[in-house]
Design a protein around this ligand. Structure first.
Ligand code: ZN
Length: 329
């Protein structure tokens, strides 16, 4: 099952041995840049802990492995009852004491299905002080058969008392792009996205979603420069955005920014991020002045904030197009 995560071979070996020889620590801190598979890795270690085949854990076949595998594929709909997660608090910017209390309640009971219970706290640096102290109490006297995986891209924001309780594991991005093989996106582009520090890549599965968002972003840019009928454009955008989550939409905004920056890069003969769209971007670049792009960047920035006020994404992106069309060429 470790194959699901690309790269990080040394960490894989470390955990395989630790599980086999029963030498796991109670608490691990997985640190490293966003989007390199830390959370996914924690889930696979969880499978290894729960797996019924100790010699070859995680076997990928027993009921625990199967459940966790299904959960990895469909995180919204399936779960393993002994794998408890706090995830995606990015938009809230805080993990509260109530949330920590809620998950720790389960430690009053033995695990439901397996021999242990595993907690994953993603973006653990977002715990406020009370929440962190509440967790600390449990980490100081961990209940039997309980494991914690704290995950962060900002270990410096954690309380030293929490850090001192954790066995720290650093996930490096070195060589990661070599393991990604998707036809829709080049390794170079993935590297550029990772290096952009946007933090919108929270797992390798996100990389696959980029394709859709890039097409939408391109459509928006082209719609500004081509004078096609607005009704037609709105229909196309509605289709593209259908079923998008808020995360998808904020990723779309991010890609829109990278494309606008790319147009400026083409003007100054520098490297661009969205290499796959080079031809299309060059076409747009010929039509637009740098002033136009700067003005458009400002507009996109302003309109993006509407996403956080729960305005309809279709309206926001349509607004970008209509405002963009009003800028003098
Ligand atoms: Zn198994």
């Amino acid at each position: 099952m470790f194959k699901i995560v690309k790269g990080h071979e040394r960490i894989k070996e470390f955990f395989k041995t630790a599980v086999k020889t029963n030498r796991l620590h109670t608490t691990y801190l997985f640190k490293g840049r966003e989007g390199i598979g830390k959370r996914l890795f924690a889930k696979i270690v969880a499978a290894a802990i729960l797996c019924e085949n100790r010699e070859n854990a995680p076997c990928g076949k027993c009921r625990h492995c199967t459940k966790i595998k299904n959960h990895i594929e469909n995180p919204e709909t399936t779960t393993h009852l002994d794998l408890i997660e706090i995830r995606n608090p990015e938009r809230k910017n805080e993990i509260t004491v109530e949330e920590i209390e809620e998950i720790l309640k389960t430690t009053n009971f033995p695990p439901y299905l397996g021999r242990a219970r595993i907690f994953i706290i993603d973006n653990c640096h977002l715990m406020n002080k009370t929440a962190a102290n509440m967790l600390l109490k449990t980490l100081e006297e961990p209940p039997a058969n309980t494991y914690f995986f704290l995950i962060t891209s900002k270990p410096d924001s954690l309380l030293p008392t929490i850090l001192s309780r954790c066995q720290q594991v650093y996930f490096s991005t070195a060589g990661l792009e070599n393991f990604i093989n998707l036809s829709e996106i080049t390794k170079e582009e993935i590297k550029a996205y990772l290096n952009s520090g946007s933090g919108f890549l929270t797992g390798l599965e996100d990389v696959k979603n980029i394709k859709k968002e890039r097409e939408s972003a391109m459509l928006i840019l082209e719609s500004i420069t081509q004078k096609t009928s607005f009704i037609e454009i709105e229909k196309k955008i509605t289709e593209k955005l259908e079923g998008n989550t808020r995360e998808d939409n904020s990723r779309l905004f991010f890609i829109l920014f990278t494309m606008l920056r790319d147009i400026l890069s083409i003007k100054s003969n520098s490297k661009i991020i969205n290499v796959e769209f080079k031809d299309k971007l060059e076409k747009i670049e010929k039509k637009l002045s740098p002033d136009f792009i700067f003005e458009l960047l400002e507009i996109v920035k302003k309109i993006e904030s509407g996403l956080y006020y729960n305005l309809k994404p279709v309206q926001l992106f349509s607004l970008i197009i209509s405002e963009g069309r009003r800028i003098k060429l």
